[in-house]
Design a protein around this ligand. Structure first.
Ligand code: SF4
Length: 369
């Protein structure tokens, strides 16, 4: 393909997207491969489409993450957070401690707590129910955003019940929404190397669709920059767009760039050392252009760092995620962006771009400051 044909093809795709038409998988793949001046064009059009779709607000949520245990039976090659039970760093917070942290979070203005952890051998679905009930009883007005599809599957399997029954129990116990993590790359050939013991693509999809049908919204995520190809990225995005067409249950898309430093899969020479900056920005831009049915695209400042996160907001993203208060998973993998930001940190980054800071709840409703 000569350069002129390449250039016009990219312009055609961008024109197509800008006039509100859906781009297809081949077009998304073409955009992921751009370099040079085409790269800037893709980012600029994604920024324009973002502005047309969701305006100039940049939203964020005041929240606290609580990783109640780092003990995990899993062996995901990208994970530097999990440890075995006999590891000196192993911990398992008592329910009282989880509740105490949730109360502290509410007292300083958090509207959401995020609960995600390792798959502890002594945990089952009843443990999750107990934690949710205790937090909801102590802080009834806090939104509980908890339990990935992998944790839901684990809790259900340990009790010998269906995923739907597990979701019903969790919702009754106080689960308000779920993170669409454990998605990594939703291509089983990639998962066989990346996370061989984790739920497969179909199970992830079944749990997410069931959650949506049962009134539990979720985020959707994609961890990229390790062993996947651009074709795998497009297949992942295609699955997300198809699910969203069916259910409308995704609140946002959260690209998660692979932090490689301390991970087994990088140390073994299997994974590349994360995405390049070009790839990071194109994931945001192509995510904005391809996922025309998911309004919000969230930047992970923990993974990108605040300076690069700010740039991603100029390439299709419109949300900065949460203040977090404590963050352990990316830090374990070698991330250096920190564990917490204040609302003032967010406001500075957002207003510096000429955009409008907006405090939101987990479901993107505007809250007063
Ligand atoms: S990613 Fe989750 S399931 Fe996999 S090893 Fe880490 S804590 Fe365990």
């Amino acid at each position: 393909m000569n350069e002129n044909v390449k250039a016009s093809a990219v312009s055609d795709i961008l024109g197509h997207a800008q006039s509100g038409n859906r781009i297809d998988e081949n077009e998304a793949l073409r955009l992921l491969n751009v370099r040079g001046s085409d790269f800037h064009k893709v980012l600029a059009v994604a920024d324009t489409v973002r502005q047309e779709r969701v305006g100039d607000d940049v939203s964020y949520v005041i929240n606290r993450n609580i990783n109640f245990t780092n003990i995990c039976i899993g062996s995901c090659g990208f994970c530097a957070f999990s440890v075995r039970q006999d590891d000196p760093e192993a911990y398992f917070l008592p329910v009282d401690e989880v509740v105490k942290r949730a109360i502290e979070a509410r007292q300083i203005g958090a509207t959401e707590i995020g609960l995600f952890s390792g798959l502890h051998p002594a945990v089952d679905g009843n443990t999750y129910v107990e934690i949710l009930q205790a937090v909801k009883a102590a802080v009834p007005d806090i939104h509980i955003h908890a339990l990935s599809p992998a944790e839901v599957a684990y809790g259900a399997d340990k009790l010998g019940i269906s995923y739907v029954d597990m979701l019903k129990m969790l919702k009754r116990a106080g689960l308000d929404s779920m993170p669409g993590t454990a998605a990594e790359i939703l291509v089983d050939d990639v998962r066989k190397t990346l996370c061989p013991q984790k739920i497969d693509t179909q199970t992830w999809t079944d749990i997410i669709v069931s959650a949506h049908r049962f009134g539990i919204p979720t985020t959707c995520t994609m961890m990229y920059g390790h062993i996947e190809s651009y074709e795998d990225v497009v297949n992942h995005l295609k699955l997300l767009r198809t699910v969203q067409d069916e259910t409308g249950g995704f609140t946002e898309f959260v690209p998660l760039t692979f932090i490689h430093y301390n991970t087994p899969i990088f140390r073994a020479g299997i994974a590349r050392p994360g995405a390049t900056g070009r790839e990071d920005l194109l994931i945001y831009a192509v995510g904005r252009l391809y996922l025309d049915n998911i309004p919000n695209i969230q930047v992970s400042w923990v993974k990108l760092g605040t300076k690069f996160a700010q740039i991603a907001l100029m390439c299709g993203a419109n949300d900065l995620g949460g203040t977090l208060m404590e963050e352990n998973i990316t830090r374990s993998a070698g991330g250096t962006a920190g564990q917490s930001l204040t609302p003032n940190d967010f406001i500075r980054l957002i207003t510096d771009l000429g955009r409008i800071p907006r405090v939101r709840d987990t479901l993107y409703r505007t809250l007063s400051c």
